[in-house]
Structure formats: C-alpha cells, structure tokens
Design a protein around this ligand. Structure first.
Ligand code: SF4
Ligand code: SF4
Ligand code: SF4
Length: 413
C-alpha cells in the first residue's frame, strides 16, 4: 500500500469529500488514522510541485503560489480551534488573503468555529487521528478548553500550538497573578468593579454566572473557570509550535508550505517539537537599531521622549525585551519605535524570560567600580519607576515561568 493510500485510505473519497470534483472521484481516499506518526518520504505519482517563494518577497504570501486543486490522494482534514485567546490568532489565519481558497482546495475544514459549522459532536464521532492537522490557538483556562483540546489531540495526526497564548499562556495567563484565583476574579468583575457594583445594588441578590442553571427549557451549563491558566503543551502533547501575538504571515506561510509539501508531494514533515517561524538568535540580532549598550539612569515610556529613529530603545531608557526574546518577527515593534514586549517568547537557552530580562536591565545600571554613579537607593528608585513589573516582564509567558502563579499564604492576604 502506497504512502497516500496509507495516509488517506482507500475507497472513502466519495463519502468523506464533499467537494464534488470529478478529479477527486477517481482517486483513492481518506483514512488519516492509518498514517504513520512521522511521515515517511514518499512520492505519489503525478504529485503537483509545491514551490517555495523567493526569499526576497516583501510579503511572503504574495509569492506563495496558489496550489493546483486538491492533493493527489484527496483532501486532508483540518481543524482550527480557538481556546482562551482574543481571536487575533484566528483572524491572522484569514490574513492569508485569497490563499484561504487554496486551503479550501487542500483541506476539508472539519472545525473552525469562527468560519465554519463543525460541531463538537462531529469531531467526537470521528476515528482517532482522522484529522490530519489541528491548529489550536489560545491558552487552556476552563473545562471546555481542556475537553476540546484533549478531543482534538485524540482525533488528530498532528497538533500545532498556534500563537503565544497557546505556546506560553499569553495575556490570559496574567490571571495567574490574582492570588485568590477564579473566585477573586469573578468577585471583582461581577461585584467590585464600579460599573457592576452599581448594577448589583439594583438586584435583590448578587448576580454571578453559575456553571449550571435550570430553566423551563432544561439545564443550561457553561464551562468552569480554572484558577491556573495553562499553555497547550501543559495539557496535551503537541507536534509543532508557532509563537507570535499573533504569528506573522511568514510563519503561516512556513506552516502551509510544510503541510502542502506533505499533502501534495509526500515530503517528510518537520521533526516533532519544531518551533516554526523563529530564528536561532535574539530579537536584538534582527533589530536594525544601533546598539551601544549605554548605561541607563532613568526609565521612560516612548511617549515621554522624542524617540531617536536609529538608536537602540534600551540605550534611550525605554525598556525593550529584545535581548531576552527569540527572533523571528523581523523586529516589527522596534522598527515602529515601540519596544519589544516579548510576544515571541524566550530563546531556547532561556527558561525564565522575566528573570532573564531583569538580568539584562541590571547590567545596564552604571554601578561598576570605575563609574559608580548609582547607589542602591538610586537603583531602587529607577526600578520602582517600572510600572507593573510582573505584567511587563511576564506579559506573554506567565504559564511557562518557574513560578507560574501567585498564591495567598495560609491565613494571609
Ligand atoms: S496570541 Fe495574541 S493574537 Fe493570539 S489569541 Fe493570544 S492574545 Fe490573541
Ligand atoms: S531596540 Fe530592543 S531589540 Fe532593538 S537592539 Fe535595542 S534592545 Fe535590542
Ligand atoms: S518586536 Fe517583540 S513584541 Fe513585537 S512582534 Fe516582535 S517579538 Fe512580538
């Protein structure tokens, strides 16, 4: 049995593919569950070439060729799921412009809540590993997120952790800094914040969402929040990661090129664990600003100074997480005179991004023997001027930090 027969199975094309294409009907088809975990290199007959775009393309997707119809073995199955995130990652996939149509040529989209009508029950009814690729964005912060990502893992050959929330917890994981967990968050959001407080005062009893409510039409349930927000790999096994808030078009292109080469030409997929769209260096290495490693005596926000368009932002006293952030985005923020906030996450040699950044800043204070301008009090004053240091240094990576949540001491505040 050939590679695509093993990948897609035989004689199921008509029941599984609803594209109506006569070309497809001639071809054997779909049972991804039989596929090997690591695709062997194999070349199906008459495979369509998948060209790599020229490296110099201004917009990499502009040069990415529209693919010539469905893969030789029939469409692959693709699921896209949005867990705890803002939706930007889902929208970034639509940034493929008209190439979204080629994704439709290549794949039956079995789930994509923002764009199609696949239901949880449809996924549950599928065979294990029947979905070729599941692209999951968002962190895991409630029972529904956990159920869905575990279900998609079970039904998928490959799972891609897509975007910073999925890879590192992202912004949702800042909830881990609330010591009282979900109870404290719900209490503030529904009782203490000024607008809700005014509303609650008009009610006989506080109105707070319940996970289960009986109504005339039956019981309505909503997912239960967790106290700790987790990254995707803390809940399920993943095959590839694509960081970014959201990932860049170039990252999406690399993912699509790998999937297309796999589906059309039977080429081997990248090794398990590959981080797609990142470089082996730090963001500073791809930032065009001139870095002189000036020592800083004051921390400022970009709007407080006339930002020099060529000089390193750190040299100008603006906190920039470039030294601790992995390269890959092309220094999008620093090119626009905004500091890097670290959305791509740490480099492979850094396990604790916040601590790494603290160290980088500490090295910039002028406290060496030869020019001891700053005393201890001065340093404390400078650091105190960093507004919300935990929120700044762990804005995207809280779930993956060594201490990944605040807790209340027993009996304490
Ligand atoms: S990584 Fe950024 S764009 Fe994607 S869901 Fe999270 S917050 Fe939104
Ligand atoms: S501006 Fe930021 S990313 Fe650019 S060189 Fe300076 S510290 Fe590095
Ligand atoms: S410069 Fe930093 S914050 Fe901005 S996109 Fe790149 S990694 Fe993310």
């Amino acid at each position: 049995m050939g590679f695509f027969d093993r990948l897609f199975g035989k004689n199921k094309h008509k029941e599984d593919c609803n594209c109506g294409c006569k070309e497809h009907e001639k071809k054997a088809n779909v049972n991804v569950g039989d596929a090997p975990k690591t695709a062997a290199k194999a070349a199906p007959a008459k495979a369509a070439p998948v060209k790599e775009p020229p490296k110099e393309a201004a917009n990499p997707l502009d040069a990415f060729p529209l693919l010539p119809g469905a893969p030789p073995g029939g469409k692959i199955k693709l699921a896209i799921y949005w867990a705890a995130g803002c939706g930007g990652c889902d929208v970034s996939l639509l940034d493929t412009d008209e190439r979204i149509l080629t994704i439709g040529d290549m794949a039956d989209i079995v789930m994509w809540p923002i764009a199609s009508d696949g239901k949880e029950s449809d996924i549950a009814a599928m065979k294990d590993k029947e979905i070729t690729v599941s692209i999951i964005n968002g962190a895991v912060r409630n029972t529904e997120n956990e159920h869905m990502v575990k279900l998609l893992r079970q039904k998928s050959l490959l799972v891609v952790s897509y975007g910073t929330c999925a890879c590192f917890g992202g912004s949702p994981a800042l909830a881990n800094l609330v010591p009282g967990g979900k109870d404290e968050i719900l209490d503030y959001v529904y009782k203490q914040c000024p607008t809700m407080k005014a509303f609650q005062e008009t009610q006989k009893a506080p109105v707070i969402p319940q996970t289960s409510v009986k109504t005339e039409d039956g019981v309505i349930t909503i997912p239960e929040l967790y106290d700790v927000v987790k990254s995707l790999d803390q809940v399920i096994d993943i095959d590839y990661s694509i960081p970014g808030c959201p990932p860049t078009q170039e990252s999406i292109r690399q993912l699509l090129a790998a999937v297309a080469a796999f589906a059309y030409n039977g080429e081997a997929l990248p090794p398990k664990g590959t981080m797609i769209g990142v470089s082996s260096k730090t963001l500073c290495d791809e930032c065009p600003r001139k870095k002189e490693m000036k020592r800083i005596t004051k921390i400022v926000e970009p709007h407080e100074i006339d930002v020099d368009p060529e000089q390193c932002l750190m040299d100008q006293g603006i906190l920039c997480l470039g030294p601790a952030t992995v390269g890959g985005c092309g220094a999008k923020c620093t090119r626009a005179a905004q500091p890097c906030r670290g959305c791509y996450g740490p480099t492979s040699v850094v396990t604790e991004m916040g601590a790494s950044m603290f160290t980088a800043i500490a090295s910039l204070f002028p406290v060496l023997d030869k020019d001891p301008i700053c005393g201890e009090d001065d340093i404390i004053d400078i650091m105190a001027s960093v507004k919300d240091p935990l929120g700044y240094f762990y804005a995207f990576t809280m779930s993956k930090s060594l201490i990944n949540r605040s807790v209340k001491e027993k009996g304490g505040q």
